[in-house]
Write a protein that binds this ligand. Sequence first.
Ligand code: GTP
Ligand code: MG
Length: 466
Amino acid sequence: MMPEERYKKLKEYLSAENPVLLDVIDKYKALDKLGHKIGLIEPNETYTNHISWWPMISVLGTFSAGKSSFINEYIGTAIQQSGNQAIDDKFTVICYGNNEEVTALPGLALDADPRFPFYNISEEINKVDSGEGNRVNLYLQLKTLKSPKMKGKILIDSPGFDADSQRDGILRITNHIVEMSDLVLIFFDARHPEPGAMRDTLEHLVATTIGHKDSNKVLYILNQIDTTAKEDNLEDVISSWQRALAKEGLISGNFYSIYNEDAATAIDDEAMQTRLESKKNIDLARIVERMDKVSIERAYRIIKALDDFSREMKEEKLPLLQEALQEWGRKVLWTDISVVVLLLIVVGVLQFQFNLLELMSSPVSMMVGGGLFVFIILLVHMKARSFFAQSAAKKWKEKDISISKAIMHNTKWWRTTFGFGRNWHKNTKAKLDLLMTQGREAIQKLNDQFVSSSATTNEKNEMEKA
Ligand SMILES: Nc1nc2c(ncn2[C@@H]2O[C@H](COP(=O)(O)OP(=O)(O)OP(=O)(O)O)[C@@H](O)[C@H]2O)c(=O)[nH]1
Ligand SMILES: [Mg+2]
């Protein structure tokens, strides 16, 4: 997708979900322009690609644990089918859409959607299951709906882990989704809290999430605790579950125990009902808070990234590039000087030996000789330019590909050799300063938006009380 098309699509989606971020796209556009000019990114690249605009929340876990029911309850619509056999056999990516009713699209539709860093996933799929693009449809589908709950985030429902019949592709994608997600909810089922039933899930999910650098993003959720009512063994079930997790190495973590009110079996004992319900309400509120926070955090992170990119360009990349280009210019200059000196020596020797100037006294031979002199200097100059540029670019390639690209960009044959002095890109630096200031203003606007929206909920609560 070319940058222009990407800006347009991002704007289209963001205008419905978070208008404050609309201005931010123009700032990214300005940043891209500077990046293109300096050559740090290629003309078809854009910094908007380097961040993910929609935070992802993935719901994983054992089959029939209640993943889909949980998502339905969270959104407030029966968007996903639920049932007692294994229902979901592929991942469902759920996001905001302009249609009132739920719209289901094949996995390939994700390819054209800038909200989802989908190319990563299709690559993963190709690794395990290479084939035509529509393989993707076997693993993924997209659903959109117009729900305020879905603004500014992406939810992923996943197929349950089945002991034997797990497809390689599903496992691979699961790991990848854990990597990409901002929040991962791992569902277990209180009907089978013992390690045997969860072995596969434990091995694959817990093991991949335990060592994660960002392990706070993983929530472990024991669902269906309403089923403990019959034998009154909530504490036993929870501790047996936590023991099973501990066995896998998970000692401390975000543990929650909930059930789904709509799907739960009726609890006859009233005291029991109250106890379970209040436990559930507390834990559910904490989970939902984390889910809601994800979209707010991401809005800040997008602006923060703009600031980071600008600052990095101004304070790190430009100086490093400038230094590399100055060094390149010096090398070219010394080569030029050496070649002139060498040629003068040759001419001197020839003059001394054969009295060259007298031999070439005719205007024509003078011109040919002079021309040859200049031609050799120019030829060596051009060769030196490209030789030293390539060696500098190669040196940077491993360390920082953008600087390597920018070196090639700034050393093309028609460009200056020595113009990298103090004033080089003075205007660009001023523009980057401006972008950073504007980033701070955008953060201010976001603050206003979230502060005022929480103020209105407070007011609403006050009004309800009155
Ligand atoms: N008692 C009880 N039943 C639940 C609860 N949550 C879900 N269920 C039921 O459990 C069954 C499975 O629920 P789903 O939401 O389809 O589970 P899932 O994890 O999406 O299952 P797969 O997609 O097949 O992996 C359904 O019959 C639900 O009604 C709960 O909290 N308590
Ligand atoms: Mg399901």
